[in-house]
Design a protein around this ligand. Structure first.
Ligand code: SF4
Length: 251
């Protein structure tokens, strides 16, 4: 029988693999789907991607676990420019993914993973990173799916420590509560600000995309267009520098 673990290398799914190692649970493979922004650029937050490839993947491999990273054919950009065939948006491009119904989750993540799982033996056991205090998710665990976090009584807050004791807590938690695509419409202000400050090349791509015509939705998230978010951060910066100037004048 084969045992695999779905692993985004966030704290919950990575803890699951680490708990399997600690408790000598059977595990053959960790499977991750890397969503892509376009053909060349990963959709992972760059610091998290580097963590996956430079630290976490080699660590698991050293412990005898095969790490499989799959990518779907579709990307954020190909979804963005997908022309809608029917309905009230027929003829328009999809544009930004919706907060509540993310097409990226469906087309760029779930489908490639499902396709990969269908290549595995039918009795493959899959570990999922659902913590013991995530009862709603645990109740939805289907056949051949197991939560090792539930088995060992591990709550979500405890997964930080598990990752830390292996030196494997993703740097993403320094500026985000969760790991998601860098273009996620559910990203909090702190995550967007991180992208604005440290990844201006990616930020510039978003500003270009905002200018695309005939989108189904102009809003990047529930409240703002992307250029409005950009304007807010620029204004914040301008106010800070004005404040600094005044401090300098009065010194
Ligand atoms: S992290 Fe956000 S953008 Fe990425 S698949 Fe999930 S909901 Fe969609």
């Amino acid at each position: 029988m084969k045992y695999i673990s779905s692993c985004s290398f966030g704290k919950d799914s990575l803890s699951t693999v680490l708990i399997a190692i600690e408790h000598d649970e059977p595990i053959d493979e960790a499977v991750c789907c890397e969503v892509m922004f376009d053909e060349h650029i990963s959709g992972e937050v760059p610091e998290h991607r580097e963590f996956i490839y430079e630290q976490a993947k080699p660590y698991l491999e050293q412990h005898g676990i095969k790490v499989t990273i799959i990518r779907g054919e579709r990307t954020f950009v190909s979804e963005f420019f997908h022309v809608v065939g029917k309905g009230k948006c027929a003829g328009k491009i999809w544009g930004w993914p919706l907060c509540s119904r993310c097409c990226i989750q469906r087309d760029c993540k779930s489908r490639p993973l499902d396709r990969y799982r269908r290549t595995l033996p039918a009795d493959t056991i899959q570990y999922l990173g659902f913590a013991t205090d995530e009862q709603d998710r645990l109740l939805r665990l289907g056949e051949n799916k197991i939560s090792l976090l539930e088995k060992y009584g591990i709550a979500e807050k405890d997964t930080f420590q598990i990752c830390k004791r292996h030196g494997l807590l993703s740097p993403i938690y320094e500026f985000a509560n969760r790991n998601g695509c860098f273009f996620c419409p559910n990203a909090k202000e702190r995550e967007l600000r991180h992208l604005y400050d440290y990844h201006p090349d990616l930020w510039a791509r978003f500003l270009e995309l905002q200018q695309a015509k005939n989108k189904c939705t102009e809003l990047f998230n529930r409240d703002f267009r992307f250029d409005e978010i950009d304007a807010i951060f620029r204004l914040d910066d301008a106010q800070y520098s004005l404040f600094d100037k005044h401090k300098g004048d009065s010194a």
